[in-house]
Design a protein around this ligand. Structure first.
Ligand code: DX5
Ligand code: ZN
Length: 221
């Protein structure tokens, strides 16, 4: 299973977006957290920032949509240049229809689950998604502590994906650092979002490489 490191720009200096993105050229994806102050109690940014990130990023854009009504808005993020759009199970009305729409546009479709949301309702439709994001914090803010209680869900999901012979990525997001990435990899995750662990580090590039090394030592074969 290849390890993918996806730094979140939530903690980056947005006044120098191009410079901040350049720092993560050794990563695999740039994770852009879209928050609407309805689905989560915080407001970040939307389509214009994804367009700007697309223009300057050395790696593809992974849009994490923490928004109400993703059925209405998610396709616009693919149109704006995101290579992947992840919508929340708690907000989406028609997950299959939306995932198919995103894929038909050439994007990767991601399904996000909050820490308390079970995977059960999605087991039979896992092949509709390119990625399942298991949130390891309650969404809304960077810098929160990792919830190890989500790991059994990641383990179960990895078993199900393998049993079905799918290529679906498992992403973890929230509190991922040098202290927590190994247990997430061991549980079965292969795509790791890290905000503060990358952008609060002295050398963001070095932080990415360190996380990659730690994850590689623990990721499932
Ligand atoms: C939380 C966001 C995360 C966040 C991660 O709602 O989805 O992507 O930026 O930040 P850290 O790594 O600091 O927990
Ligand atoms: Zn995120």
């Amino acid at each position: 299973m290849s390890v993918l490191i996806s730094p979140s720009i939530l903690n980056a200096d947005i006044g120098d977006l191009a410079g901040e993105l350049k720092k993560i050229e050794g990563a695999d994806w740039a994770h852009v957290d879209v928050m609407d102050n309805h689905f989560v109690p915080n407001l970040s940014w939307g389509i214009p920032v994804v367009e700007a990130a697309k223009k300057y990023s050395p790696v593809p854009i992974d849009a994490h949509l923490m928004i109400e009504d993703p059925d209405r808005w998610a396709p616009a993020y693919i149109e704006a240049g995101a290579a992947s759009a992840t919508f929340h199970a708690e907000a989406v009305k028609s997950p299959i229809r939306l995932a198919r729409e995103i894929r038909a546009m050439g994007g990767r479709a991601g399904l996000a689950l909050n820490p308390a949301t079970p995977i059960d309702a999605y087991i039979d439709i896992l092949d509709e998604f390119d990625m399942v994001l298991c949130m390891t914090v309650e969404p809304g803010f960077g810098g929160q502590p990792f919830l190890a209680s989500v790991m059994p869900k990641v383990e179960r999901l990895r078993e199900l994906i393998n049993k079905k012979g799918l290529e679906t990525w498992i992403q973890v997001d929230g509190g991922i650092s040098a202290d927590t990435i190994a247990q997430a990899a061991e549980a079965g995750a292969n795509n790791f979002v890290a905000g503060s662990a990358v952008y609060k580090a002295e050398d963001a590039g070095e932080a990415v490489e360190n996380l990659r090394l730690l994850a590689s030592q623990h990721v499932h074969p």
